[in-house]
Ligand binder design. Structure first.
Ligand SMILES: [Zn+2]
Length: 192
């Protein structure tokens, strides 16, 4: 379930109220995890911090989510990058001038970077598919690591925050519809 808030309604006083239980599974709250989102130029504040209640189990799961996103990407990307870089560097013709002598290395590194990024993303995608039953379906909506650096969003298990630049709203996407309905009741002015 998606709850939208116009960006212009956000200001320094904005403090979303959450039900006093885990945003993902509804168990009693054990700790608060932070979401942070850059709002761009449309809002009155540049950046929004949200404190999200979570139970111990889900918070631990969230802290381990790098195991199925960042780590497969880095490990597979590195291995595939090396596997591409070395043969390309060996096969590429060496230049005859001083300026072009390093050409095989440059070409190898470039091919390795591209191959590593693509290969790492593919492996990350597959690992995420396999992990989704355990981490929840919002995991599948998280952008791949290679893309996430360029996207205006932040994710936790059970809750994603993102900017919709098309209609200038902040979107909060809940995995758990019951929590989302309680959230909407707790924040009536925020949800037109
Ligand atoms: Zn939980």
């Amino acid at each position: 379930m998606i709850i939208g808030t116009p960006l212009r309604a956000l200001n320094k006083k904005t403090a979303f109220k959450f039900p006093d239980r885990c945003v993902n599974c509804g168990q009693p709250k054990a700790e608060l995890l932070g979401l942070s989102l850059d709002l761009g130029t449309q809002a009155k504040i540049p950046n929004l911090q949200i404190q999200v209640p979570m139970c111990k189990v889900c918070a631990d799961k969230e802290r381990r989510v790098a195991m199925v996103t960042l780590i497969p990407f880095l490990v597979a990307g590195l291995l595939i990058g090396i596997a591409v870089c070395v043969p390309v560097a060996l096969v590429a013709p060496e230049g005859t001038t001083i300026q072009t002598q390093a050409f095989p290395l440059v070409l190898g590194a470039f091919a390795g970077l591209i191959g590593g990024t693509l290969g790492g993303s593919l492996v990350e995608f597959v690992v995420k598919m396999l992990a989704a039953p355990f981490y929840g379906k919002l995991l599948l909506q998280r952008p791949l690591t290679a893309v996430s650096l360029f996207s205006a969003r932040d994710d936790l298990i059970g809750l994603s925050a993102r900017l919709s630049s098309a209609d200038q709203t902040l979107q909060l996407i809940f995995e758990n519809d019951e929590i989302a309905r309680e959230f909407a009741q707790l924040n009536p002015q925020e949800t037109p």
